[in-house]
Unconditional design. Structure first.
Length: 466
């Protein structure tokens, strides 16, 4: 195929996938559904987009090098018990053992660990506010759903946040919590005085969207800002699973025990390099957190200028076709030089394995032809099991062709797929994937030879009996 695109080119169709629209003289609070996009969205995509529209979600950007540590923090230890990693204020009342370990097991029955982390509450539809970090290093992130039920606090979200020490700071305030808290969990250097409630954050976000002049950090901003700095909510995540069709999601998600797993993944750039980076993150999440939790998780593109865009399943299918027909294949740039033939780091190789696409997931084999699947596997990586099934199916088709006229002149499908995969692996400079393809080809071909021998024996017996 003609490979005219590279990782820095943009997936332009994504820019037309806004789930909500509003008039030029209005704002996102007056938004209506964009029917052309909405009709192609899944129920999960609609649910998360609606929560984003009404400021019911938190977002967190994650540095490229920090994804491993972030995801592994959710994963249970070998004993199968979940950890409740301590909030800074819990060090005052915890046991010596808990203080040493930095976690308690008070919620050991939950399916995932819970821990405190910094997030942001974007204005309606993700408009106008930039997320934490640079677009280069913090190019992608996750979306969490805020709880909607607060039975211990009379249904009051702000009261629940205060009781659980879910701290919030306004846009532009750099709390740097880890440097401004005592060993006893007390905020210092003005951080406690700067705290605001979640409802106040929403009111501020409304002001930033609709007022020309507004106050920010005690100063009047005349004419407003084109792009707002991020705000911060220090919140407990994990504990429960994602509630979007998950067996582990439940109404017990809370600010106290954890608001669950991410319900969405987002990227801040429309370039092919960053979009494929997001797909690789989804594969890692599926590998570490479980397919049941991550299957069908919505994907978004978010910018301060345009707000949220949905990467619908139809768009994901177009992206896959582009990856296998017009995009030059490439490895993860952060792993490429750590997984070479003469320099392989075990840690980076583990990440590479976690990022492999499962050709049987997300209907990939229903979207792509076998040849395109082989190119995807060779150029971007696929799991052993799913690639083996692809090659086995090709071998079975070769068997079926043996009884057809002129079968000896046909190119074998198995060999053709391996050639496609190897060609893409060479283009991406991926030694590990090339070796994987050759090993699996040898195993599948050997299995095919065994099947041939097994079928030949009954044929010989029949001829002798005649």
């Amino acid at each position: 195929p003609s490979l005219e695109l590279g990782p820095h080119n943009e997936f332009s169709e994504l820019l037309l996938s806004k789930p909500f629209v509003w008039k030029e003289n209005e704002g996102p609070e007056e938004a209506v559904i964009n029917d052309d996009v909405w009709k192609s969205m899944t129920n999960a995509e609609k649910e998360v987009a609606t929560m984003m529209l009404h400021q019911k979600c938190l977002v967190k950007t994650i540095k490229k090098a920090d994804w491993t540590g972030f995801l592994q923090k959710f994963v249970l230890a070998d004993d199968g018990k979940s950890r409740h990693f301590l909030h800074p204020t819990e060090y005052q009342t915890c046991t010596k053992e808990e203080k040493y370990k930095k976690y308690s097991e008070k919620n050991h029955h939950l399916p995932f660990n819970s821990f405190m982390t910094s997030t942001s509450l974007l204005p309606n539809a993700g408009m106008k506010m930039r997320c934490y970090g640079s677009n280069k290093e913090y190019v992608s992130g996750v979306i969490f759903a805020l709880p909607t039920d607060f039975p211990l606090d009379g249904g009051n979200e702000d009261a629940a946040a205060e009781r659980t020490h879910t701290w919030s700071w306004p846009s532009g305030y750099a709390a740097k919590t880890e440097f401004n808290i005592t060993p006893y969990g007390e905020l210092i250097n003005g951080r406690n005085e700067a705290l605001v409630s979640i409802s106040e954050l929403r009111a501020m976000n409304h002001t930033y969207l609709y007022e020309t002049d507004y106050e920010m950090l005690g100063r009047m901003v005349k004419g407003g800002l084109k792009t707002l700095p991020y705000n911060e909510i220090f919140c407990r995540v994990g504990g429960e699973g994602s509630f979007l069709g998950s067996k582990n999601g439940s109404s017990s998600r809370s600010l106290e025990n954890g608001i669950g797993l991410p319900i969405g993944i987002f990227v801040r750039s429309a370039s092919y390099g960053d979009l494929i980076g997001m797909l690789r993150i989804r594969a890692r999440m599926s590998s570490l957190l479980g397919k049941d939790e991550i299957s069908g998780i919505p994907l978004f593109y978010i910018t301060p200028e345009e707000g949220i865009h949905v990467i619908t399943e139809a768009m994901q299918a177009k992206l896959l076709h582009t990856m296998t027909n017009t995009l030059n294949p490439f490895q993860n740039p952060s792993l490429k030089h750590k997984t070479t033939i003469d320099n392989t780091s075990e840690k980076h190789l583990d990440q590479k394995l976690q990022e492999l696409f499962d050709l049987d997931d997300d209907n990939i084999r229903g979207i792509l032809t076998p040849e395109e699947c082989a190119r995807l596997a060779g150029g971007f990586g696929a799991t052993d099991d799913s690639l083996t099934r692809l090659l086995m199916d090709a071998m079975l088709e070769d068997f079926d062709d043996q009884n057809e006229p002129n079968s000896s002149t046909k190119q074998k499908r198995l060999q053709s797929l391996v050639n496609e995969g190897l060609s893409s692996a060479v283009r991406s400079g991926d030694f590990n994937t090339s070796r994987q393809l050759l090993i699996l080809y040898s195993l599948v071909a050997a299995r095919g030879q065994q099947e041939k021998e097994r079928d030949r024996v009954p044929d010989q017996r029949r001829s002798l009996s005649r």
